[in-house]
Design a protein around this ligand. Structure first.
Ligand code: KIV
Length: 259
């Protein structure tokens, strides 16, 4: 049976043609994104903050990604669904990384997995790719371990970022997220790689752009400075819920004539 979803190979062919990627964490928003013509969805471990109410990604467990990844797959038809490997699911060994990635794609039906780290994660990426699972790399700011190093400051260290991106691509990643890399450097990395770069806070010259759904739609109170809010769903939601509350208090809902 032919795969009905956009494949990793098809995404590689988009190199040089800008395309949007958005995070999704549940079935309805996966459907909305697909209906909006976005066919690459990332089940990011930002789940921890924007959905589960943690203040970091580190507490997210593999089982959280399984549950939300599966919901996104059920809510979409054709999109390529990338599912994040959470902190603790791949660092210890190649074997552990492959086991986690296999579990994630088996239990979610996701199309690929993503993991953080450049040179230091190259062996993990190669092991997962050798097991037959497409991988997206992630270099620049690495939120899972940001507290240990340079934090969330924009990355400008040219040689280190180039080495990280090259290592990830050479290990077999079919795309690389560049998070908070200076625009100039992101352009250079994008030109240096044969696979697409997916930028977040890294300027306009990446092959693709990714944003967190809750930032795009105005559902999160503290978006990073590079975010543009394309809608204000918080106002819409609060307005709708206020109207419902008023209607119940004033007994205008439900009507007497209908059950
Ligand atoms: O977890 C996530 O949502 C991500 C994006 C910010 C790239 O990794």
């Amino acid at each position: 049976m032919p795969d009905r979803r956009v494949s990793a190979a098809a995404l590689v062919k988009r190199k040089g043609v800008p395309f949007p990627v958005v995070t999704a964490y549940d079935a309805p928003f996966a459907r909305f994104a697909e209906n909006a013509g976005i066919d690459v969805l990332l089940v990011g471990d930002t789940l921890g903050m924007v959905v589960l109410g943690y203040d970091a990604t580190a507490p997210v467990e593999l089982r959280d990604m399984e549950r939300h990844g599966a919901a996104v797959v059920r809510g979409s038809q054709h999109a390529h669904v990338i599912v994040d490997l959470p902190f603790g699911a791949y660092e210890a060994s190649d074997v552990r990384a492959v086991e986690s990635a296999v579990r994630l794609v088996k239990r979610t039906g996701g199309s690929s997995v993503k993991l953080e780290g450049g040179v230091r994660s190259a062996a993990r990426i190669a092991a997962i790719v050798n097991a037959g699972i497409p991988v997206v790399g992630h270099v620049g700011v690495l939120p899972q371990t940001a507290a240990l190093g340079e934090g969330f400051r924009r990355r400008t260290a040219r040689d280190a970022i180039l080495a990280d991106a090259r290592a990830v691509a050479e290990a077999g990643a079919f795309a690389v997220v560049l998070e908070m890399v200076s625009a100039e450097l992101a352009r250079e990395v994008t030109a240096a790689l044969a696979v697409p770069t997916i930028g977040i806070g890294s300027g306009p010259d990446c092959d693709a752009q990714v944003l967190v759904l809750h930032d795009v739609l105005g559902m999160y109170p503290d978006p990073p400075p590079f975010v543009r809010r394309f809608a204000d769903l918080e106002s819409v939601a609060v307005g709708g819920l206020r109207a419902y509350g008023v209607a119940v208090r004033e007994r205008t809902y439900p009507p007497r004539t209908l059950q």
